[in-house]
Design a protein around this ligand. Structure first.
Ligand SMILES: [Zn+2]
Ligand SMILES: [Zn+2]
Length: 384
């Protein structure tokens, strides 16, 4: 088996040269699931790719081998690397977890030495599974975009939302393993094996069980991950007053944690659709209300839409177009304390159309009665 390939191991696993051991493990697990021959029967390309992945992982997951690979661009077993010799157990050359010919006794998933996908993971991740137990990790948070309309934002709402998250596997309850752990036949449960390097003999952690002395059978349902991707519909409560760009937190609806660790949270990034009448700025609402010339001149009481329904607004006599009236606490409630903003009502005077002769006559008369020049200060103001 060639231990050098032209393919870059880091590239193959899709990780950077600075990737941590954990990153590398995660990347390999993901890819191994995708390319495993059992999941791609008869696909030679997948099989080849899987072999390369194993090789890459074998080197990069081992600090000594990785260092050598980084230094020389290849890893070869023929170069002494100190405490790390050929793998014990499987007799699989420089690839620790060549999945051919494993026969571990008693594992409920194993059928007579077959090289099944599950076997690989119970073998490969057996020891790691035990380590993960110590490494219980909180689930990551998830973020979804949520577009809601103006009224849902103002009044609050309960929305149904379909999300896809990693949930605890129901078969193994998140442990990734099923059944009672078996004593590792390679190290007889001691967790260490002896290795010879020249005349020296070393006790090194058993590569088959990862030094735990036990082999666990990976859960068939989740493939040892302990978590399953699941799509579910949840009810999300949108608080009244939420604004565009606001984040609504749904506790515990992020990804499930590993080994019983708490789940992450789900965050909904809210986008509120604009409303044709109410223009929202913060918790204030800006509205435009048309009035007639006589209403503006004589004053009037007009009905104005607010988010509570109708409000009567008094237009003072002599109101010009553009004047803004304020309706206190008719704005949007503050999402935290419910304190309401204000509604601003901009008056727009609508002039009568001069189609009727009487209108024209009244306007002419108006000109004579009130001959004030509204532009008398215009040029002095402009300074021209
Ligand atoms: Zn499971
Ligand atoms: Zn062992």
């Amino acid at each position: 088996m060639a231990s050098t390939t032209k393919t870059d191991y880091y590239e193959l696993l899709g990780v950077s040269r600075k990737a941590t051991a954990k990153d590398i493990r995660a990347a390999f697990r993901k890819l191994a699931r995708k390319y495993h021959p059992d999941l791609n029967p008869g696909d030679k390309a997948a099989e080849e790719k899987f072999k390369q992945l194993q090789e890459a992982y074998d080197v990069l997951s081992d600090a000594k081998k990785r260092q050598m690979y980084d230094q020389y661009g290849f890893y070869s077993e023929n170069v002494p690397t100190g405490d790390h010799g050929p793998s014990a157990g499987g007799g699989a050359g420089n690839v620790n977890f060549d999945f051919s010919g494993f026969d571990f006794g008693g594992g409920s998933g194993a059928t007579g030495g077959g090289s099944s996908f599950r076997d690989l993971f119970s073998q490969f991740f057996g020891g790691r599974g035990a380590r993960v137990e110590e490494e219980a990790e909180e689930g990551g948070s998830l973020e979804y975009q949520l577009e809601i309309d103006f009224w849902d934002a103002v009044r609050g709402a309960v929305k149904k939302l379909q999300i896809t998250r990693l949930d605890v596997c129901e078969t193994c309850h998140g442990t990734g393993a099923v059944g009672t752990p078996q004593v590792c036949p390679t190290c007889n449960g001691s967790g260490t094996i002896q290795q010879a390097a020249g005349k020296m003999r070393f006790n090194v952690p058993c590569t088959r069980c990862g030094g735990t002395g036990k082999l666990r059978t990976a859960c068939k349902t989740c493939g040892g991950e302990g978590r399953m991707r699941r799509t579910e519909t949840i009810d999300v409560r949108i608080p009244a007053g939420v604004a565009s760009g606001g984040r609504v937190r749904v506790p515990g609806k992020g990804n499930a944690g590993t080994m019983g660790a708490p789940a992450g949270d789900l965050y909904l990034l809210v986008e509120v659709k604009p409303h044709p009448f109410f223009e929202r700025r913060g918790n204030d609402l800006y509205t435009k209300v048309p009035v007639t010339v006589s209403e503006a001149t004589l004053g009037a009481k007009v009905d104005v839409p607010t988010i509570d329904g109708r409000s009567i607004v008094r237009i003072p006599p002599g109101t010009n177009s553009g004047r803004t009236l304020r309706l206190r606490e008719k704005g949007v409630p503050n999402v935290r304390n419910g304190t309401r903003g204000d509604q601003y009502v901009e008056i727009q005077v609508v002039v009568p159309q001069p189609t009727d002769e009487r209108v024209r006559n009244i306007m002419k008369e108006l000109e004579e009665v009130a001959p004030d020049d509204p532009r008398k200060d215009l040029f002095s103001k402009a300074g021209v």
